[in-house]
Design a protein around this ligand. Structure first.
Ligand code: AMP
Ligand code: ZN
Length: 477
């Protein structure tokens, strides 16, 4: 199957042809480790995880690289503010990032270079840029001279005024041109710094990715990804550095950028303070529901985050797991994703169309009477879900592993509880509490029939009630 991707560099969908048949190198800009990741930061992780899974399914040998930016001014500021060492801060937040992304079912990248392990390479690339007349030293800084590159601005398609405005570059007196950007800056006192021919200092953010991508994937590689906020200046500057250091050799062939995750129409960001951490949202919904919510919007479009949207995604995941639960005793057929799911994903990662197909597979399985066909559909459903990082659990793990629970209770209760999942019986812990309260009331009214019914309904969902002197408590079997 042919994969098509929207290439930001040419502003159109293109057929993906790797440089080397059968192999793909993909570099995605990773986090700056100074704080917990928010769900906006998780969007590219989920998107590129699906792309890596798809590429592998299509038979490519993939080298997926996602870096860690562990030297940057935000880190220096945060460590000072917290009163902790830079090492302690970056190790703590890197670990938290790994935990959060794993909880979203994102597979780890194949390589995870850290900026501080590549300082030598950065010094070498900067020296080369100076030698070739693309960079200059000024007051302890090294700056890239944007006027030295005819094509500067091509990736983002910005003109000069927009670049100066967009980069919000400080108009420092040591810059020859206001759009020139920093490759190296001086470090004073306690600041992290490395000795270099340009004095003790530290790298700028952009040079880090030029060097780490080359060290891991070579001068020219297939796919470069990240959020669309990185197109300018970060990726534009990576192109400038890498192409100029290598006499115009091409850098990334396909540029893939995800749209923003928004809150009330504004980009979710640390600086606006409108963010929700991944860890916080994981308290409300399982990773797969968060992931599904992200994948229901095409990756290039903005995604407005709401509690209702998350609740819906949770319900949709519940429904799929209910089907698997009801067909638990059916043998799982070959784990082959449905061809329509693969084809939707191959069309510039149309995760929404793919999900609709997955929902349909669930419905088909529910209606199917033939055992062999049930088995085949079940295998397809699971494999199709897993291609998107969904349905990775058993129904038992899904329903008992956390607060959401499926209870077999009358439909009237579903409606009374305000659940949007018409026809399903999806309950949260608080609903169980409500049922227990209803049972207490029924007992008081001597309506033992209803009280027993509630006990049995909960038992059917593996919830055991225990009556004690302090009232009724419940637990999972
Ligand atoms: P940062 O740590 O800010 O450099 O961001 C890490 C990654 O998250 C980059 O690929 C950003 O483009 C991406 N990102 C940050 N905020 C958002 C957002 N609100 N929506 C989607 N992607 C985002
Ligand atoms: Zn980068």
């Amino acid at each position: 199957m042919t994969l098509h991707l929207y290439n930001t560099a040419h502003r159109k969908k293109e057929e993906f042809v790797p440089m080397e048949p059968g192999k793909v190198g993909m570099y995605v800009c990773g986090p700056t480790v100074y704080d917990r990741a928010h769900i906006g930061n998780a969007r590219p992780v989920v998107i590129f995880d699906v792309l890596a899974r798809l590429l592998r399914h299509l038979g490519y040998e993939v080298t997926y690289v996602r870096n860690i930016t562990d030297v940057e001014d935000k880190i220096i500021d945060a460590a000072a503010k917290n009163g902790e060492s830079i090492d302690a801060l970056t190790s703590r937040t890197t670990q938290a990032y790994h935990d959060d992304m794993a909880a979203l079912n994102a597979l780890p990248p194949d390589l995870e270079p850290r900026a501080t392990e590549h300082i030598d390479g950065m010094i070498k690339m900067i020296s080369k840029l100076i030698e070739k007349g693309h960079a200059y030293e000024a007051e302890g800084h090294v700056l890239f001279d944007v006027t030295s590159m005819a094509d500067y601005g091509k990736l983002s398609g910005r003109n000069r005024e927009e670049m100066i405005e967009g980069a919000r570059v400080e108009i420092a007196p040591h810059k020859k041109d206001p759009a020139d950007f920093v490759l190296w800056k001086p470090s004073t006192g306690e600041m992290p710094g490395w000795d270099s021919p340009f004095g003790r200092g530290r790298p700028g953010w952009h040079i880090e990715c030029s060097v780490m991508s080359e060290a891991t994937l070579g001068i020219t590689f297939d796919i470069h990804g990240g959020g669309r906020d990185l197109i300018f200046p970060h990726h534009e500057n990576e192109v400038a550095q890498s192409c100029c250091a290598h006499d115009g050799a091409p850098f990334a062939k396909y540029w893939v950028h995800n749209g923003f995750l928004m809150v009330d129409g504004k980009k979710m960001s640390k600086s606006l303070g409108n963010f929700r951490t991944v860890r916080g949202v994981l308290e409300e919904a399982p990773g797969e529901a968060i992931r599904l919510y992200m994948l229901k919007t095409p990756y290039r479009k903005p995604l407005n985050w709401t509690d209702y949207g998350l609740e819906q995604a949770k319900t949709e995941m519940n429904k799929l797991y209910i089907v698997l639960k009801d067909f638990d005793d059916v043998k799982t057929g070959p784990l082959e994703p449905n061809p329509e799911v693969v084809s939707a994903l191959s069309d510039d990662l149309d995760t929404y169309a793919a999900f609709l197909k997955i929902q349909n597979l669930g419905k088909q399985l529910r209606r199917e009477k033939n055992k062999a066909e049930q088995s085949r559909l079940k295998g397809q459903l699971i494999a199709s879900g897993q291609l998107m990082g969904l349905l990775s659990m058993t129904p038992k793990e899904w329903f008992q592993g956390r607060g959401d629970i499926v209870v077999s209770v009358p439909r009237e209760f579903t409606e009374k509880s305000g659940s949007k999942a018409v026809g399903d019986f999806t309950f949260w812990n608080e609903k169980i509490e409500e049922l227990i309260a209803e049972r207490d009331e029924a007992k008081k009214q001597k309506n033992y029939k209803r009280a027993d019914e509630i006990r049995d309904e909960l038992k059917a969902a593996n919830i055991i009630l225990e009556d004690g002197p302090g009232g009724t408590t419940w637990k999972r079997m």
